[in-house]
Design a protein around this ligand. Structure first.
Ligand SMILES: [Zn+2]
Ligand SMILES: [Zn+2]
Length: 198
C-alpha cells in the first residue's frame, strides 16, 4: 500500500501516516502557525476552496500506481525544486514541501517470488552475474525491477536465516542492484520517514 507521510508540525510531534487507497487526493494547508496539513480524497472538500494547495493523482501501471503531483502554488516543492510545469511525477521517497510542512511519499512494495520469463535480451542476475533463464525462480526487486535468482529454502525469508545464502536475492539484506530495497520476503512497511536524512 502506498503511503503519504506528513511531517511533524513542531517539536515533540510525530510523522502522520496516510494510506493512499484511492487514486486522487487534495493536499491542503491551513494558515499557521503551526500550519495544519490534511490529505483528503478528491471531491470530499468544497470545489475550488482557496485552501487547496496541491493535488495528487494516481495512474495504474504494471509495477504499481504512478503518482503525479499537480500544484500551481510557488510554495509547493518536490525535493527542494519548484514545479515549473505545475506538475511532476513522483518517485518513492520523494519529499513534497507544502508551504512550511514536509510530506514524503512511500511506494515501497513487497518482494515476492515469481518465475522468470526471458525477453529478447539476455539478463544477468545482479548478485552472481549468471544469466537468468525462463522458468527460473526469481525475486524481482519491487524498487528497481532487477530480477535475482531465488532458491526457495524452507524457513528462509530474510538474509541471515539458515540457508538463505543459497538464494541470490536473500544473499544480502538489500537488493544487489539498487542497494535500497530490503530483501525480506512478504513483509510490508519496512520503511518509515524516520530514515529520511535530516
Ligand atoms: Zn544469481
Ligand atoms: Zn533493487
Amino acid at each position: 500500500m502506498d503511503r503519504l507521510w506528513i511531517g511533524p508540525a513542531g517539536p515533540g510531534e510525530v510523522w502522520q501516516e496516510n494510506e493512499l487507497s484511492g487514486d486522487a487526493y487534495e493536499l491542503r494547508t491551513a494558515a499557521g502557525p503551526p500550519a495544519a496539513v490534511t490529505v483528503a480524497p478528491l471531491g470530499s472538500h468544497p470545489a475550488r476552496c482557496a485552501c487547496a494547495s496541491a493535488y495528487l493523482s494516481g495512474a495504474s501501471s504494471p509495477s504499481g500506481t504512478v503518482w503525479c503531483l499537480i500544484a500551481a502554488a510557488a510554495a509547493v516543492r518536490v525535493n527542494g525544486e519548484a514545479l515549473p510545469a505545475g506538475a511532476r511525477l513522483l518517485d518513492d521517497r520523494d519529499e513534497i514541501l507544502l508551504g512550511a510542512r514536509r510530506l514524503v511519499l512511500s511506494t515501497e512494495r513487497v518482494a515476492r517470488m515469481e518465475r522468470y520469463v526471458a525477453g529478447d535480451r539476455a539478463i544477468a542476475c545482479p548478485r552472481c552475474g549468471g544469466q537468468l533463464e525462463t522458468g527460473d525462480p526469481i525475486v524481482r526487486c519491487p524498487r528497481c525491477r532487477m530480477a535475482h535468482h531465488h532458491e526457495m529454502v524452507p524457513g528462509a525469508v530474510r538474509a541471515g536465516d539458515p540457508d538463505a545464502g543459497e538464494s541470490c536475492w536473500l544473499h544480502d539484506v538489500t537488493c544487489a542492484a539498487c542497494k535500497e530495497q530490503s530483501t525480506d520476503l512478504g513483509r510490508d512497511r519496512r520503511w518509515t520517514p524516520d530514515e529520511v536524512a535530516p
